[in-house]
Write a protein that binds this ligand. Structure first.
Ligand SMILES: Cc1cc2nc3c(=O)[nH]c(=O)nc-3n(C[C@H](O)[C@H](O)[C@H](O)COP(=O)(O)OP(=O)(O)OC[C@H]3O[C@@H](n4cnc5c(N)ncnc54)[C@H](O)[C@@H]3O)c2cc1C
Ligand code: FES
Length: 285
């Protein structure tokens, strides 16, 4: 039986610097753990989260961003405080604890869980992300053919403060070769940047928007209101907008009540919510 508190030992097998304070960690589980829990084809769905722990430093939720058919799990982590600073000091070969995956993911239109979708479906996807918000979408981007209709168009609007803070930069050519329309912007003018300058919402004014699409939003909370305004202006219905909410989490499974949003728990009912479900909940966004 799946025990949500059962923490697996995971070994760091690769560490890649993404930005000065963000690293991409690849973790391998031992073979027995794979047989117990992780021997399914899909390790996690795009948009779910896992809880990583270090004895003496606590635990925290992170969104896996690996290709779902990878044997190993990748987590992209910003050094933000006690646990994550300690994690950034670790080396390959060191071990951490990981439990999960938990929560709902981004809705898919193909692949393992087409039944989770309801209502009138749009097959294309517009991803609007800022900063770390790209992390929980990378699995969807890498697994585009698993999770979306094979003809689905994917357009990404990604905003970062500075080009050096853009995540997964060395993958953009491959994403584009895979048919993804990637639109980038940075907050302020900077030398050597020839692309769009302005907040992520600026891309709605300069790029031609994918049609017949659902929108997936993830980023700093301040971004949501303005992105929602743009989406509404472009005719997206509340049912076609999905957003990932970030709340302080502890248990990750709807027990401790730390992550409540109205009648929902972000860990159990989210972190991805259809906008129509939460739009009337005060303080949700
Ligand atoms: C579902 C989910 C997925 C996440 N995915 C990622 C990810 O992929 N990569 C990543 O780098 N981070 C992610 N985070 C955030 C990450 O969990 C926190 O940065 C982490 O808890 C920091 O732990 P710490 O002990 O190092 O910092 P702490 O010492 O606990 O905190 C450092 C600072 O961050 C603030 N903080 C910590 N967590 C939150 C929060 N949830 N909301 C607002 N402020 C907070 C604290 O108040 C403090 O100011 C995610 C959070 C959630 C809820
Ligand atoms: S983290 Fe405990 S209820 Fe959500």
């Amino acid at each position: 039986m799946f025990n949500p508190y059962d923490t697996k030992s995971a070994k760091i097998v690769k560490i890649t610097d993404q930005t000065p304070d963000i690293k991409l960690f690849e973790f391998a589980f031992n073979k027995m753990h794979f047989q117990l829990r992780l021997d399914e084809d899909i390790l996690h769905k795009p948009g779910q989260f896992m809880i990583l722990s270090l004895p003496g430093f606590g635990e925290a939720p992170f969104a896996p961003c690996s290709g779902t058919r990878n044997k190993n799990i990748e987590l992209c982590i910003r050094a933000a405080g006690r646990l994550t600073n300690r994690l950034h000091a670790l080396k390959t070969g060191d071990k951490v604890g990981i439990r999960g995956p938990f929560g709902s993911g981004w809705p898919s239109l193909a692949g393992p869980n087409p039944a989770e979708l309801g209502g009138q479906l749009k097959k294309n996807v517009l991803i609007v992300v800022g900063g770390l918000g790209l992390i929980p979408l990378r699995t969807l981007i890498l697994g585009k053919n698993d999770f979306l209709d094979k003809d689905a168009k994917v357009q990404i609007f990604y905003g970062a403060k500075h080009p050096s803070e853009m995540l997964f930069r060395n993958e953009y050519d491959d994403w584009r070769k895979n048919g993804i329309n990637l639109q980038l912007t940075i907050d302020k003018v900077c030398e050597d940047w020839k692309g769009c300058v302005g907040l992520v919402t600026k891309l709605f004014d300069v790029a031609s928007l994918v049609l017949n699409a659902r929108a997936f939003i993830c980023g700093p909370p301040v971004m949501y209101k303005f992105v929602l305004e743009k989406l509404k202006k472009h005719g997206f219905s509340d049912e076609d907008i999905y957003l990932s909410l970030e709340r302080r989490m502890h248990c990750g499974i709807g027990v401790c009540q730390h992550c409540g949003v109205g009648p929902y728990y972000t860990c159990k009912d989210g972190p991805v919510f259809q906008y129509s479900r939460i739009k009337n909940i005060q303080g949700a966004i």
